[in-house]
Ligand binder design. Sequence first.
Ligand code: BTN
Length: 260
Amino acid sequence: MPNSSDIDLSILQNMPSETKRQWLYLNETDSTNAEIGRRLLNDPIEKELVVIAGCQTSGRGRLGRVWHSEPENGIYLSTLLRPALSPAKLPLVTLMAGLATVLAVNAVIPSPAKLKWPNDLLLNGKKIAGVLCENHSTQTPAVIIGIGINVNHSQFPSEIKDIATSLKLETGLKVNRTSLIKNLVTQLDFQYNELKNNEIKMLIENWSDNTDIFGKTITINKGNQKITGKALRLDKLGRLVIAGKSGHELVLNSGEVSTG
Ligand code: BTN
């Protein structure tokens, strides 16, 4: 079926690639992460695969949330990586994908989006993008990276309009999604190579340069627990170090951060 969207697959397929990447564009799917997950069950997927959808009927977010996936205005993209990293270092893949996303987005907008640990992107305090990494490793490593970017949306449903925004709503500019996907995949290639080359210090530094959470008092919702403290830094495994109420340092693996 011809692709009626402004995503030009032929430009993407002609991107230089060391890996002879395979591109798949779907007008509609439930979730691009789920799409790769299903394919993995029947096929080892040796080639690098990128799946992009015009819209998702069951886009999924972190912590079991729904990802609002309005037709043709967002980027809904997943790719499969096979990182040969120890389990302790797998969270670095998530940070790497967040960093690639913020750098790709910031190349097309005038004022920079910021990362919120572990991997949300905020612009003017509202969410414009998120990353969902799902580990499907068996004997061989397999991590599905799903990236959602709110690009040209003009509005959001009332339930999320106070916390979500789009690049267009914040900048007044309509962003070309093909160019943004090109930036994103180029950044993913670059940052993933850095990670494979063990450039972890660089990853942590670059991630830290693109956040504004350090020095702020934050609250982490971890299960039923709420932990409040001042965000200090990331450690070398990408965990968030905070100063708790009594000044002692706590190291957090994951959780939901809110500032204020
Ligand atoms: C989050 O911030 O909660 C993560 C959102 C991730 C959304 C993307 S859209 C493409 C991919 N497919 C999905 O179902 N989810 C991810």
